[in-house]
Ligand binder design. Structure first.
Ligand SMILES: Cc1cc2nc3c(=O)[nH]c(=O)nc-3n(C[C@H](O)[C@H](O)[C@H](O)COP(=O)(O)O)c2cc1C
Ligand code: SF4
Length: 684
């Protein structure tokens, strides 16, 4: 089909009861953990307002806003059980309504999906005392007085949301209290809330009745529900569709937001929210089947990562509203770009799931390659031209940090030249994308390269820049983004016998037959090397000095690595340090030691020892340029964070300001590199 703005299925309005949604694109509920004291304050508001500005029709705020006190926050959830939330949500709704973006909120009682030792230390409860592995609580069985209390809590939370001027609410019914009653896997009750489907749905219908009595028939109420747990003993497809039909036919809900799968382990969760390397839109057809069976408004999100797939979902009638949730974390301006005929300029969501993994580790959701998301108060998504003097900027290094600095400086209007030693841009991101499963990461590089082309940035490859090369370009600003090179872990002996993880990932060294991989860095680098070695058919032992291996990587990213390790029989040894390596004939002997028991030692005889210990900055050029620069390389960190001129003048006669970013300073990660790139770039 020849798509124009007029006939683009994604841009057609959708009528949901009295509510006109201006197009078919929404952000489904997700908790970015930006709440402060359980409230959606400025950071939360600005985050949603930016998406509204970017053109989406509906933003479903919160992730699992809490209806009751005995549902303590698992990841910074909003406290919808407190009256104080009303004015904060009103401000948020007003800010989004300004751009005709409708605002709803997800309400829930987390049930067993939270910790027992949080907030007020009230007992965690569920339909039956079945433990949830991910949060490790042993819930008590909800008693009659609990049920009465929580039904009333749902109703008063719904009333608060209505009072805040929201356009509607949805209940969360997958992995939480509500569907815990539905599922035979988690409901073992013998009273009127257990057994038959009528009984298992009783709690939900009691909630719906109480909510309707509180908010009236017009307020929009939906449900984000599991319609197939894909689990032995769980709710099967047939029963799930029956639940959907009963809810749709009840006259008490206005839309269904469809989920397939369970979330009680990290491995299960990645099937519901697939990460990079997993299938695109795996549950879209199923959501379409539910829509066909119920003839009811259906919403859905699950790795519908690009506009073409989203368009297909609407055009083929599988969905009424399509959720592009992580895609909007990566780029809140998706619809604005579609409407401007600039679809190709959308910053791609590469599925890295750094965003989600961070919230489970107690952090806030940050996008691996958009440092403005969640930092709207200080970092703009749309970069304006500098009104100061335009400068000649030379960026040395075209990895994530250098490309981002170049992009931002060029958006500011400066004239930018990038010098890169390799024949291609991308640095460590390109290396990471060598893992076929993570090849989408190259989108981080490709998106920037196409932006740089649009902005007229000059790229020079195969240039190992020395002082004179830089000076001869006559720069007023020099950005050192030269990255780093792998370093060995501290060893008593045998450092020269060790192969780096980079050599394995790049393919420069082939995995041997019998390999020991030592990783004391704890991120993707060691895991990627291990995955490639295991997939090459080698016998592999992975050794880590940590209590858990790869602690720098979140639980969702852990899943595919662990799958490969189990499938390929990788032996995993934790709490153990590599002490030394020696040659013995044509083999290597690795000596292992313990931080805990100084006398403990073991040896491993292998063909290859691979090590991952981060990088050492490639900083020669920086130190050579430092004495020639205006600021001596210095940066005022206080002002970098708080505002003001960040480069002190040490030599006023010097021609250029110098600073370094990314791993050229110290080994970190892609987000840190991109954040450096933009926050320094904005100050030029
Ligand atoms: C940081 C983050 C937090 C999330 N929290 C919730 C939540 O609280 N409730 C919910 O129903 N879904 C939550 N989700 C899932 C999203 O709503 C969505 O289903 C998921 O990201 C898949 O859609 P996508 O591929 O378009 O991102 C969360 C997702 C992210 C990225
Ligand atoms: S971190 Fe990755 S998955 Fe999350 S929004 Fe950014 S690109 Fe998408």
């Amino acid at each position: 089909m020849n798509i124009s703005l007029r006939n683009d299925p994604l841009l057609q309005p959708y009528q949901l009861k009295h509510l006109t949604l201006k197009n078919r694109v929404m952000s489904t509920s997700h908790e970015p953990a930006y709440s402060e004291d359980g409230m959606p304050k400025e950071r939360y508001r600005l985050y949603h307002a930016e998406k509204a500005k970017g053109g989406m029709a509906l933003t479903m705020t919160a992730g699992s806003a809490l209806v009751a006190r005995d549902s303590p926050a698992a990841f910074g959830n909003l406290q919808a059980y407190r009256d104080e939330i009303v004015p904060w949500l009103r401000e948020l709704a007003d800010a989004s309504h300004e751009y005709d973006c409708k605002v709803m909120i997800q309400l829930t009682h987390l049930g067993r999906r939270t910790g027992w030792n949080r907030a007020d230390w009230l007992p965690v409860l569920a339909a039956s005392p079945v433990r949830e592995p991910a949060h490790r609580s042993f819930p008590k069985e909800a008693e009659d007085w609990d049920i009465e209390r929580i039904v009333a809590d749902y109703a008063s939370a719904a009333e608060r949301m209505q009072a805040a001027g929201l356009d509607g609410i949805e209940f969360e019914a997958y992995g939480h209290l509500m569907d815990g009653f539905w599922s035979p896997a988690t409901n073992r009750r013998e009273d009127e809330y257990g057994g038959s489907l009528d009984n298992r749905l009783r709690f939900s219908f009691r909630v719906l009745d109480a909510v309707r009595a509180a908010v009236g028939p017009d307020f929009i109420v939906g449900i984000r529900m599991v319609a197939d747990e894909d689990l032995e003993q769980g709710i099967g497809k047939e029963e799930g569709v029956e639940i959907a039909k009963r809810l749709a036919g009840s006259g008490k809900v206005d839309f269904l937001n469809i989920i397939r799968g369970t979330i009680e382990t990290d491995a299960a969760l990645t099937k519901v929210i697939p990460i990079t390397g997993m299938r695109s839109a795996p549950h879209l057809d199923f959501a379409g089947e539910v829509r066909a069976a119920t003839k009811f408004p259906v919403f859905h999100a699950a790795r519908i990562s690009d506009v073409a797939t989203a368009r297909h979902a609407i055009a083929t009638g599988k969905l009424d509203m399509v959720g592009l949730t992580r895609p909007h974390i990566a780029d809140p301006y998706i619809i604005a770009k579609v409407m401007a005929g600039e679809e190709h300029r959308i910053r791609p969501c590469v599925g890295a799931t750094y965003c989600l993994d961070r919230i489970y580790e107690g952090g806030e959701a940050l996008c691996i390659h958009n440092a403005a998301t969640g930092r709207e108060a200080t970092i703009p998504h749309v970069i304006s031209r500098s009104d100061g003097p335009l400068k000649k900027v030379v960026v040395v290094g075209a990895g994530a940090a250098g490309l981002e600095a170049a992009r931002v400086a060029a958006e500011r209007g400066h004239s930018v030249t990038v010098l890169e030693a390799a024949p291609q841009a991308g640095g460590q991101v390109r290396l990471a994308a060598q893992n076929p499963r993570r090849k989408e990461l190259i989108g981080i590089v490709d998106w920037r390269l196409s932006e740089l082309e649009r902005l007229g940035v000059e790229m020079r490859y195969d240039v190992w820049a020395e002082t004179d090369d830089v000076i001869s370009l006559g720069p007023e600003v020099v950005v050192i983004a030269t990255g780093g090179l792998p370093q060995n872990p501290p060893l008593e002996a045998g450092g020269d016998l060790v192969t780096s993880s980079w050599d394995i990932i790049s393919g420069a060294v082939k995995p041997a037959e019998n390999v020991l991989l030592y990783d004391d860095n704890g991120g993707h680098q060691g895991m990627t090397a291990a995955e490639l070695i295991a997939n090459a058919g080698a016998k592999l032992e992975l050794v880590s000095p940590e209590r858990f291996f790869a602690p720098e990587m979140g639980g969702m990213n852990h899943v595919p690595y662990m799958r490969a390790f189990h499938e390929k029989g990788v032996r995993i040894t934790i709490n153990t340090r590599l002490k030394s390596v020696r040659r013995d004939g044509n083999q290597l002997v690795a000596t292992l030691g313990s931080d805990f028991a100084s006398g403990w030692s073991e040896e491993r005889r292998v063909d290859q020892v691979v090590a991952e210990h981060g990088t050492l900055p490639l900083d020669e050029l920086y130190f050579a340029l430092k004495p020639l620069s205006k600021n001596g390389g210095a940066v005022d960190y206080e002002r970098l964070v708080e505002g003001g001129e960040i480069f002190p003048t040490i030599r006023s006669e010097a021609a250029f300001t110098l600073f370094r970013i990314g791993d050229a300073v110290a080994a970190r990660n892609i987000h840190a590199a991109v954040y450096d790139g933009i926050r320094f770039g904005l100050r030029l």
